[in-house]
Design a protein around this ligand. Structure first.
Ligand SMILES: [Fe+2]
Length: 179
């Protein structure tokens, strides 16, 4: 279940109230539960997946994105698979754990594990959103944010892009005050 933490330590756990707070940044957050067939469960339980297995998982979830593809023109998708034994995990996470923006939306559908997005609100207050399996988020292009794993250090997330080649982080150098 998603939760939103504010700098003063206040924690909001109601999806409605989290959505309301994040809508000030144009962020969409939704719960998209999915049926855990034995096949899907086996794929999600595995620490690592081959490219073929990733594609199997993506195909099983494709129908969820038809509407978003039409609305936002997403052209490409992939599956991120991270777990505590992922080689060079900390190095990899350094790309995301500093404040940055993208020219493209950041679209994530968490299907296993969990993670935390930080956002800088219009009033400059910082918030930290925890997202878990079954939750979808769309962070509009140019939104200042960062991403970290939580203590579980495990996530599988579907990503969608309008242009995968152009997806880079533009660092904004803000100091992070909420964790
Ligand atoms: Fe990002």
């Amino acid at each position: 279940m998603a939760q939103l933490k504010f700098e003063d330590g206040q924690i909001v756990t109601t999806l409605d109230n989290i959505q309301k707070a994040l809508s000030r940044l144009g962020i969409e957050l939704a719960q998209w539960p999915f049926e855990r067939t034995p096949k899907l469960s086996a794929l999600l339980a595995s620490d690592t997946l081959t490219d073929v297995q990733k594609e199997e998982l993506l195909i099983a979830l494709d129908d969820r994105f038809e509407n978003q593809k039409r609305r936002f023109g997403y052209q490409a998708r992939d599956l991120v698979v991270l777990h505590r034994e992922t080689p060079k995990l900390d190095e990899l996470l350094k790309i995301f754990n500093r404040t940055h923006t993208h020219d493209d939306d950041e679209v994530r559908y968490i299907v296993d594990g969990s993670g935390r997005f930080g956002f800088i609100m219009p009033d400059k207050q910082q918030v930290l959103l925890t997202v878990e399996a079954g939750e979808y988020i769309r962070v509009p292009a140019e939104t200042e944010h960062w991403f970290v794993l939580d203590e579980r250090r495990r996530i599988k997330a579907v990503r969608y892009f309008t242009n995968k080649e152009g997806w880079v982080a533009n660092y904004t150098g803000m100091s992070i005050r909420v964790s």
